[in-house]
Each structure stands twice: as C-alpha cells, then as structure tokens.
Design a protein around this ligand. Structure first.
Ligand SMILES: [Zn+2]
Length: 154
C-alpha cells in the first residue's frame, strides 16, 4: 500500500522541480526562491521570494508555476510573493554553489571579489555591472583570460 500523496506535497514536487529562468541548471527550490506550498481555503497557494526586488524573472517564475500546476490538474492556484525574510545568497547550499560553478558562474562571495570558475584564479576584473541577466555581473579572469558571470550577492 502506498499512501496517497497529499495535494500540497504533489504541488511542491512540481513547483520545486521548475528550473530558474535565469539559471536553468538550478531549480527554484535549490535557489531558495520557492518558500512554501499550502492549501488555503481550497486554493493551492505557492509562496516565492524574488531574488531581489524588481527581478524580471519573478513574473516568469510565477507564470511557470501556474502553468505547471494547471497542467497537473490543479485549478485553484495562487502564487504570492513574500519579501520576509529577504532572499539572500547566504542560504545557498554547498551543492547549489558547486552547480553554479559547474555552469561557469562564479558563486557569490560576500564582500569579496569572485574567483574564476574556470581556473580558480583570484586575479579577476569586473567588466560590467550587469552580465547576461541583471542577477549577474560580468567579469574576466586575468589568468586564463576567460570572461565569466558572477552571481551577485544579496
Ligand atoms: Zn581563469
């Protein structure tokens, strides 16, 4: 006998597997954007925290969650945003940081410049405040001369 899956557990499994629009190698759960899934007055309510206020990916994430849950048969869906507690790169797990590095994105290092994700060199310079997306800045390694994205600290 397999116990039936509670609706909110099924919804969590679906939402937590969704890739982040800006870093598709990571899920919104791994990035700490997905905060909670609960049934409130018959409405499957998903709570997310934007990586930073005004992040353009937030609307995309919201739409992705609504679409995925609707496809799975949920009809009453709400996605709400919470800014408390604020999202921070400090909560990213070691496994998540390693995945970022594997993607060629330098993981955040609070208060310190990033290291090159290719060769590990600390000899780096910032080229642009915004990289391929507003969540990242563009850097170049002086050792291997490769440009790379740095996931900004928040
Ligand atoms: Zn390098």
């Amino acid at each position: 006998m397999v116990a039936p899956v509670a609706p909110q557990d099924a919804a969590w499994a679906i939402a937590s597997a969704l890739p982040d629009p800006e870093i598709p190698a990571l899920t919104i759960a791994e990035l700490g954007i997905l905060r909670g899934v609960e049934m409130i007055n018959g409405v499957m309510t998903v709570t997310i925290t934007p990586t930073y206020s005004g992040c353009p990916a937030t609307e995309m994430i919201k739409a992705d969650i609504e679409t995925a849950l609707r496809d799975a048969g949920f009809s009453a869906i709400a996605v709400r945003l919470t800014h408390s507690p604020a999202w921070t790169t400090d909560t990213l797990s070691a496994a998540t940081l390693e995945k970022l590095r594997a993607e060629g994105i330098a993981p955040p290092r609070r208060g310190q410049p990033p290291h090159c994700p290719q060769c590990g060199s600390a000899q780096v310079e910032q080229i642009a405040h915004f990289g391929s997306t507003p969540c990242k800045s563009l850097w170049r390694c002086m050792a291997c001369r490769e440009p790379f994205d740095h996931f900004k600290c928040h």
